[in-house]
Design a protein around this ligand. Structure first.
Ligand code: SAM
Length: 282
């Protein structure tokens, strides 16, 4: 996959897959906090340019926010010890290499991202830059018709094993209809006692200066044909799901306390993301 650096009529012309490079760069900028020692492998000059612009124009505390998110989900998965981790919209996150090697990993994202990730991971493993892991890469677009085929593929890998579904940094780009469809899908493939980890913004944040800056940036700099739902999700979405109970709810401020991260900016400027752990109850 080429990292497109085309100059559009206006703005940087950021494509959705590039947001995955940006997230990885954030994680690499404080590997001690994120515990992602491999994120640096995805570094490239185009992303460095985007990250600089994003930190200056939207919120400089996004580095800490993304590092804390990675740290939280990594440590939740370590604690809950699922046999299979299924990462929806996995981008360039590196959980398979940070987790125990016995875990089976299923990485799902748009075809162009997932095939690029698979190719590069193979190269990094050949060079000895990444350890061997059990990883299945699957290309899917969540706005298309995927249910039957994907369910079969995952069931063949997962069998009757325990699982942790992760969806982080993705729901902002999806419609509510596609989000409902995904959570119904998670329930179809998971068994009682399995977990979901999810990250999303709450509607209230829309009033903040930080979120307005984020939307300004996205509307100006992202390619218009890409998803632009900028979805927010209320706690009730997680609390009232009939198939799952909400076990744990954190946000940037609670994780900052947990991991000794100093909050520097005033609250109104921070993109406070919420993090949820759900357990399947039926
Ligand atoms: C900001 S990145 C986050 C990546 C990863 N979850 C992480 O936290 O590092 C958003 C990811 O969502 C994926 N994505 C967005 N819309 C999607 C869709 N309709 N189908 C599949 N993947 C999608 C993008 O390709 C991208 O990898």
């Amino acid at each position: 996959m080429k990292i497109v650096s085309c100059v559009l009529m206006s703005g940087l012309g950021i494509e959705i897959h590039e947001t995955a490079f940006v997230t990885s760069t954030f994680r690499s900028l404080n590997a001690e906090l994120s515990r992602d020692v491999y994120a640096r492998l995805w570094s490239n000059s185009r992303t460095d340019e985007l990250v600089k612009k994003y930190l200056n124009n939207v919120c400089e505390e996004e580095v800490s926010a993304h590092c804390l998110r990675n740290r939280f989900f990594l440590e939740e998965i370590e604690r809950l010890k699922p046999a299979v981790v299924i990462n929806f919209g996995s981008g360039f996150s590196m959980y398979p290499f940070l987790l125990d090697k016995s875990i089976i990993n299923i990485e799902i994202d748009k075809e162009e991202i997932i095939s690029y990730k698979e190719e590069r991971v193979n190269e990094f493993q050949k060079n000895g830059e990444l350890p061997d892991r059990i990883i299945h890469f699957i290309g899917v677009d969540f706005s298309k018709d995927y249910v039957g085929v994907l369910l079969e593929k995952i069931k063949r890998i997962k069998k009757n094993k325990t699982s942790f579904v992760l969806i982080e940094g993705v729901l902002f780009f999806l419609s509510r209809k596609d989000t409902d469809k995904l959570f119904d899908f998670f329930s179809m493939l998971q068994r009682k006692g399995d977990y979901i980890g999810s990250a999303s913004f709450q509607k209230d944040l829309k009033k903040s200066k930080g979120f307005k800056k984020l939307l300004d940036f996205c509307n100006k700099e992202m390619v218009k044909t890409e998803a632009s739902y900028w979805q927010t999700i209320e706690d009730d979405f997680y609390r009232t799901n009939k198939n799952y109970e909400l076990l744990n709810h954190q946000d940037y401020f609670s994780l900052s306390e947990k991991y000794n991260n100093e909050v520097k900016l005033e609250k109104d400027l921070i993109l406070n993301e919420n993090f949820y752990i759900l357990k399947k109850i039926v």
